[in-house]
Design a binder for this molecule. Structure first.
Ligand SMILES: Cc1ncc(COP(=O)(O)O)c(C=O)c1O
Length: 496
């Protein structure tokens, strides 16, 4: 009888070390030279597919070392690098290097953080991580919650908790069809698209959203919010939730949260804040005022994989009274033996959210939080904001750029050539076409990666800095690149 089974999956200790050290060398070199690489190689899906090949599932195995050398070449040389100092697109941060090591450790131990008995230390680490996240943004550490895959899931998780808490008690048994009166909810038109997915997926339909207009500052108009709720109540609807945004995805605006909190209190509605992007800025003492009212939120979504610089994927739902999560998500199948041990009730995360089997995404957040500490986060977030302000100011100063908005760490701007159609209508159409084509060119070019925003009717280039590698030199160079490419695109358009 042999002690070890011969399987094609096991890797000997010596081989594991050999491949592992080689991989670490490659990754360390990749991180060290990331600023010398293009942000993206701009290869088309067809070119990428050709490189990957179209082979069928291999019948027999390949040695791990061979797989690693091919895979590293494919990934390190043909990816878009959001860890590059000139990556300012969408809202994905440069990932903290310690997070990569944390993911290796987490996968090696592989705890199933669905139940305490399956992951005693990992469950305790997730609990502490959630408490630290609450402390970082400055809400009571008694908020509980759960880590999820990202912003969409963090908001969905809260959405359903809100519905359980504020809808008729028979909802679980009877479903939505039997609710007396249609459930409706409120948010501004700047709300991220998760809300549209949520109402469709969870059976409310898109008509259940009351899109509240924004005021001149692009914040939800709280007067109209209040009037709309009253009118809905008069018409027999069942308002259940208001969503405020702390850092909207396009321009970084934070809604007047205190006003929303007061309205939710008055009408007994669930107050949810989507702070997936912006709420980490509440850690900064001088910015706290902007987030006033946050402490009254019933739930908050925040994303460590955005402005807390953790590698994908990790979002977080914080809930003032975590019992609402248990009321929404808990069930007790007979095949689960996850009950109370001795005198302490078990913390079983499967009862807090969508997943039963859950990975250990908490580890990377827990480690990054310790490596950086509160003061480190405050410094980096403040610097990101300062760099975004610099991007805006440099655009303001440049005769061929128009600075449009700046909030938190998002600046929007557009290229405006010195000669272009002067008729007011033609002018805007031309500038929109020019800037859209410019953005596409910049995104393919590999020198800088920006995304876009529509501000009013203006198509803008948008830079969001959640990137600890971006420096003042990068901002100056980005301005030069935009102007250089803008001129060339304008020339091309004029010649057409
Ligand atoms: C305000 C806001 N909410 C939600 C999301 C969705 O987050 P995710 O892409 O992690 O699902 C985003 C993404 O940018 C966001 O900015």
């Amino acid at each position: 009888m042999t002690k070890h089974r011969a399987t094609p999956i096991e890797i000997s200790k010596e081989e594991f070390k050999k491949i592992g050290y080689q991989l670490i060398d490659l990754v360390a070199n990749f991180m060290d030279t990331i600023d010398e690489r293009p942000v993206t190689t701009g290869e088309t899906p067809g070119q990428i597919q050709a490189m990957l090949g179209n082979a069928s599932l291999p019948e027999s195995g390949t040695p791990a070392s061979e797989i690693f050398s091919r895979t590293s070449e494919l990934l390190l040389n043909h990816s878009l690098l959001n860890g590059h100092p000139k990556f300012l697109g969408y809202i994905t941060s440069s990932p903290a290097p310690i997070g990569a090591l944390a993911d290796l450790l987490a996968a090696a131990v592989n705890p199933n953080v669905g139940a305490n008995i399956l992951s005693p230390m990992a469950t305790a680490i997730e609990k502490q991580t959630i408490k630290w996240l609450a402390e970082l943004i400055g809400v009571s550490p008694s908020y509980g919650g759960i880590l999820v895959s990202g912003g969409n899931m963090a908001n969905f998780t809260a959405f359903l908790a809100a519905r359980t808490a504020k809808s008729p008690k028979n909802l679980k048994e009877d479903g939505l069809a039997k609710t007396a009166g249609e459930l409706v909810l409120y948010c501004s038109k700047t709300t991220h698209t998760w809300i549209e997915k949520a109402v469709v997926l969870f059976g409310h339909g898109s008509k259940s959203i009351r899109w509240i207009p924004t005021d001149a500052d692009n914040r939800m108009n709280n007067e109209i919010l209040s009037e709309t709720i009253q009118s809905d109540l008069k018409n027999g609807k069942k308002p259940f939730m208001v969503v405020g945004t702390a850092g909207d995805v396009s321009t970084g605006v934070v809604d007047s949260l205190a006003g929303i909190a007061a309205i939710c209190k008055k009408f007994d509605l669930w107050f949810h804040i989507d702070g997936a992007y912006g709420i980490p800025a509440a850690a900064i003492a001088e910015r706290k005022e902007m987030f006033e009212g946050m402490h009254d939120a019933d739930s908050i979504a925040l994303d460590p994989h955005k402005w807390l610089y953790c590698p994908l994927e990790v979002g977080c739902t914080l809930v003032k009274n975590p019992q609402h999560l248990i009321d929404t998500y808990s069930s007790h199948p007979v095949y689960y033996n996850f009950g109370t041990t001795d005198d302490e009730p078990s913390l079983n995360y499967y009862e807090y959210g969508f997943q039963n089997s859950r990975g250990f995404r908490a580890l990377k957040v827990w480690m990054v939080l310790q490596q950086i500490g509160r003061s480190g986060y405050i410094k980096m977030i403040e610097e990101d904001i300062a760099l975004s302000e610099m991007l805006f100011e440099e655009a303001e100063k440049h005769p061929e750029l128009e600075a449009i908005t700046q909030n938190l760490s998002i600046a929007t701007l557009r290229y405006v050539p010195s000669n272009y159609p002067q008729d007011p209508k033609d002018k805007e159409t031309y500038l929109n076409t020019l800037n859209e084509m410019l953005l596409n060119e910049l995104q393919k070019g590999g020198k800088v990666f920006l995304s876009n925003a529509l501000v009013g009717e203006k198509y803008c280039l948008r830079g969001c800095i959640v990137n600890f590698r971006t420096s003042e030199t990068d901002i100056r160079e980005i301005i030069e690149i935009i102007v250089r490419e803008g001129r060339s695109m304008h020339k091309k358009l004029q010649e057409q």
